[in-house]
Design a protein around this ligand. Structure first.
Ligand SMILES: [Zn+2]
Length: 62
């Protein structure tokens, strides 16, 4: 299984080389905490983190 990488810009977690959310290639393996956003409209965590699209995000990117 490929190592999951988190996007430094929007915290999106992906196994690809490019962030599918913001198209950035600025990814890092140094992240922890997973936030699964199913409904960004009603999710308080999503609002706090500034997430507007559903998906899997890192809580903290180092
Ligand atoms: Zn991104």
């Amino acid at each position: 299984m490929a190592r999951e990488m988190a996007c430094r810009k929007c915290k999106f977690v992906t196994t690809g080389k490019v962030c599918p959310s913001c198209k950035s290639s600025d990814l890092t393996p140094d992240w922890y905490g997973v936030v699964l956003v199913v409904d960004p409209q009603t999710s308080r965590i999503a609002r706090t983190l500034g997430i507007t699209a559903k998906g899997k995000y890192a809580l903290k990117v180092t």
